[in-house]
Design a protein around this ligand. Structure first.
Ligand SMILES: O=C(O)CCC(=O)C(=O)O
Ligand SMILES: [Fe+2]
Length: 216
């Protein structure tokens, strides 16, 4: 795991440099949002294979795995996966299967980078289609944490409506979540929204709160 995290970190730093090049900003602009001592967030997700009972609930080639969301408090998320199942929504609003490339790393844009660029970079809306999972699926997401004491707001050159790319807005629940200012709170509620059925069972009080806020 130590080796994986180190490699993830190196990759993230390289990706950040590419992002700066694309945005035509010095690397320092992005670097200043990260603490000098490396901090990161990671998880191991284990998706069980579909059962005939669950399979009967499939609709239009889709069976709900991890719910539709945008990664809440990050610039970029990196992800390794043992098999396919991840889907991303394109600008036309169509769900696209993310291909499984052995040894490959998927990365996507999070809400904070979207905010920083005034919507020029669009946070990826994604979900997991369990229908594609016939054997256990494991994924390991990794994000480099940003400093909590540095508020993230649009860079001056992107601080205008016109700078934002035309894109399909996320669903109403994700929009509400994006409005939460506090990154930790936003992250917490985002976690609860990934598997609402489990949240309802294990965290009934927080589930009700999320419901009232229109996030769940
Ligand atoms: O397991 C996956 O393929 C997606 C994981 C994910 O979207 C996340 O951890 O935020
Ligand atoms: Fe995600």
């Amino acid at each position: 795991m130590e080796t994986l995290f180190q490699q993830y970190r190196n990759l993230n730093i390289t990706l950040n440099e590419h992002v700066c090049q694309l945005l035509n900003i010095p690397n320092k602009v992005l670097n200043d949002f990260f603490p000098s001592k490396a901090e990161f967030n990671s998880a191991i997700w284990h998706y069980f294979p579909v059962t005939p009972e669950i399979l009967s609930e499939a609709q239009d080639g889709f069976l709900q795995g991890m719910h539709e969301h945008r990664d809440p408090s990050t610039f970029l998320t990196c992800l390794i996966q043992s098999r396919a199942g991840l889907q991303a929504k394109n600008h036309a609003g169509t769900w696209v299967d993310v291909p499984m490339v052995p040894g490959g790393v998927v990365f996507n844009i999070g809400m904070q980078l979207m905010k920083l660029t005034g919507g020029k970079f669009v946070a990826t809306t994604h979900r997991v289609n369990t229908l594609k999972i016939d054997t256990d699926r494991y994924t390991i997401p990794y994000v480099m944490s940003t400093r909590l004491d540095v508020p993230i707001k649009p860079l001056p050159q992107f601080d205008s409506e016109e700078a934002a790319k035309i894109h399909v807005p996320p669903n109403a629940q994700v929009l509400k979540l994006m409005k939460i200012e506090d990154p930790l709170l936003r992250s917490g509620y985002a976690r609860l929204s990934l598997f609402p059925a489990a949240t309802q069972k294990l965290y009934p009080k927080e589930f009700e709160e999320g419901r009232e806020m229109g996030i769940l």
